[in-house]
Design a protein around this ligand. Structure first.
Ligand code: FMN
Length: 356
């Protein structure tokens, strides 16, 4: 299949779609490739390109487009509020093999929303109207939006949904929380159902889709065209394949602790190329293991021990003891209750994503 063959000219809502959620500092080229090894989603989204006066497209994010061999369409995500610069960035990106442009209207980090970008835009529907209008005219291909249900509350939600329709957005990825909720608290699937009902374009339901079974429940509850998955895909990269199996009425593939140990090696292969410092490699691995550990043991002993390690030898010793002493044991499909991916010293960025 050539690059152009795999670029969609329209989103196909008749299939239940899956997408890997964009995650800054996570969903880079190598992580997308690791995910693809276990079963690609239908769509990938890049980390966001920051757009401002004089901004340049970040090279490491561009690599996830130019060197991507997953054979799946990739949307390039932008974050910003300067209309001429957003238009310029969209035009620059159109020279690459992207499936479309995605606009970030959901980022909840205070240092981001205070600049009226990301989730901050949800406070200003007039600005949203102008940005969507200008970008829509400038983007000949697919133009998608990722957003939350509101800033502090859902007062602007219906108005923004109207704008999504008016500007012929091709796909909406909707995280069913407000910006102020950050990553905690209930996901308001009823608001996602409302958007599905309201909009002409397909909607991807996002927020706490934790397994194939939960994806099916959320699809039924919301009527969404598909699901977008972030953190659960770090814990369980088999999730996209499992969703397809479950929705096709097939048994969901069992993942063993030995399979998880292999996944950790695969992650380590990519982490190794990123830094020469052992301490940084250990901390980078902990970012992922914070999520993976939620499915290893119910008591959270793996997580506690893993977080205390300081060297690669200690880290892999913990992985081997917990994952290879009983390698045929099943990896939990859902995270064990009460085990949260809380920060371990240097791995705060991924574990507590307040900076995105
Ligand atoms: C580490 C991390 C980084 C994120 N970076 C981005 C980003 O660059 N762009 C974006 O639109 N959302 C970003 N998000 C939000 C996710 O795309 C997603 O909306 C959120 O995690 C809820 O989905 P989940 O419950 O499946 O994780 C990030 C989330 C995490 C955990």
């Amino acid at each position: 299949m050539s690059l152009t063959d795999r670029l969609p000219t329209a989103i196909q809502p008749e299939l239940a779609l899956t997408a890997l959620a964009p995650m800054q500092d996570v969903t880079d080229l190598t992580f997308m490739q690791a995910i693809a090894h276990y079963g690609s989603p239908d769509y990938f989204f890049t980390e966001y390109f920051r757009v401002y006066v004089g901004s340049r497209l970040e090279k490491h994010i561009l690599r996830s487009i130019t060197e991507n061999n997953t054979n799946r369409p990739i949307f390039a995500q932008l974050i910003g509020e300067s209309i001429p610069d957003l238009v310029r960035a969209a035009q620059e990106l159109s020279q690459y093999a992207i499936a479309g442009i995605d606009l970030n209207m959901g980022c909840p980090a205070p240092r981001i929303y205070r600049k009226n970008v990301g989730g901050g835009l949800l406070r200003d529907p007039d600005k949203v109207d102008r940005i969507l209008g200008e970008l829509r005219s400038a983007i000949p291909g697919l133009f998608t939006v990722k957003m939350r249900i509101g800033f502090e509350d859902t007062a602007n939600f219906d108005r923004i949904l109207t704008l999504i329709d008016r500007h012929n957005i091709d796909l909406l990825s909707l995280h069913g929380r407000t910006v102020k909720q950050m990553y905690r608290g209930d996901v308001h699937y009823d608001r996602i159902a409302h958007a599905v009902e309201w909009l002409n374009c397909p909607v991807l339901a996002n927020g706490n889709v934790s397994s194939a079974m939960s994806a099916a429940t959320i699809l039924a509850k919301t009527g969404a065209a598909g699901v977008m998955i972030g953190r659960a895909a770090i814990r369980n990269p088999w999730i996209f394949q499992q969703i397809r199996q479950h929705l096709n009425g097939q048994p969901v593939a069992i993942v063993t602790l030995a399979d998880v140990r292999d996944y950790i090696d695969r992650l380590y292969e990519m982490v190794k190329t990123q830094t020469d410092y052992e301490r940084s490699r250990v901390n980078n691995m902990k970012k992922y293991l914070n999520f993976i550990g939620q499915g290893v043991d119910a008591a959270g002993a793996f997580l506690s021990e893993m977080r205390l390690t300081r060297s690669e030898a200690e880290l892999f010793d913990v992985c081997d003891r917990y994952l290879l002493s009983n390698p045929e044991r099943e990896f939990a499909l859902e995270p064990y209750p009460g085990l949260v991916a809380r920060p371990s010293c240097e791995s705060e960025k991924l574990s507590l994503p307040q900076n995105v």
